[in-house]
Design a protein around this ligand. Structure first.
Ligand code: PEP
Length: 235
């Protein structure tokens, strides 16, 4: 399974280092064989010698250049980062990234062979508009994306579930994941208010290949507990 932490705009360089140190020793001590990804804040990117795979929460589709406030390939290469999160709903909805920009970024990092965690998910009004409209909305987020890309991981993250404590029902998650698996056979993660108290049941669902965790992953011991659930379920 794939267990991923999106640390968003949290933790400093120092506290991220402590976090990764604890996480790596947990993984080693417990012989964890799951794929563990961590997306730290940009200023906390670093080389990582342990088992955790570090990824960027965002990067511009460029090697370098005049793109104030952005980082590009050159800054990722400094730390051998080969994993990137693309299409997160906070970038789509708060920072206004369009599907066109997202596709450009996707294609740039795909060409470089990056592992791409690509996020899709509907806002509340689309969910409330019914299944057909909701699926149409999610389908539009697949537009221009190579769903057969070998290093692709998809994360289904309903926007209304992110950071709110709300989640779809387990049946809903399973149904949507089944529909999304028909669009791409890439590993499919669920994200949106996953925490220690619901991670195990989400991980047992059909067509759920892992989880992407935000707020609850900020506590390294909680994140480790979720990893151990995945490890137990995979045996
Ligand atoms: C996320 O931001 O990807 C996420 C899943 O956040 P949270 O777990 O806080 O809902």
């Amino acid at each position: 399974m794939i267990i991923a932490a999106n640390l968003k705009t949290n933790l400093t360089r120092k506290t991220t280092l402590d976090y990764l140190g604890e996480l790596n020793s947990f993984i080693q001590k417990n012989h964890i064989s799951q794929e563990v990804l961590v997306f730290p804040a940009m200023s906390s990117l670093n080389s990582c010698d342990g088992d955790v795979i570090l990824g960027a929460q965002n990067a511009y589709a460029t090697k370098n250049g005049a793109f104030t406030g952005e980082i590009g390939l050159e800054q990722l290469e400094e730390f051998s980062i080969k994993t990137i999160l693309i299409g997160h709903s906070e970038r789509r909805h708060i920072l206004g990234e369009t599907q066109e920009e997202i596709v450009k970024k996707f294609n740039y990092y795909k060409k470089l062979g990056f592992k791409i965690v690509y996020c899709v998910g509907e806002p509340l009004e689309k969910r409330e508009a019914g299944k057909e409209e909701m699926m149409q909305y999610i389908s539009s987020q697949y537009k221009g994306i190579d769903t057969m890309y070998e290093n692709l991981i998809i994360a289904y993250e309903p926007v209304w579930a992110i950071g709110t404590g709300l989640t779809p029902t387990l049946v809903d998650i399973e149904n949507i994941h089944t529909d999304l698996k028909a669009k791409s056979s890439a590993p499919l993660l669920y994200g949106g208010s996953v925490k220690v108290t619901n991670a195990k049941e989400v991980l047992t669902l059909k067509n759920v290949d892992g989880i992407l965790v935000g707020s609850a992953a900020l506590y390294v011991e909680h994140f480790c507990t979720m990893i151990s659930y995945a490890q137990d379920l995979s045996q």
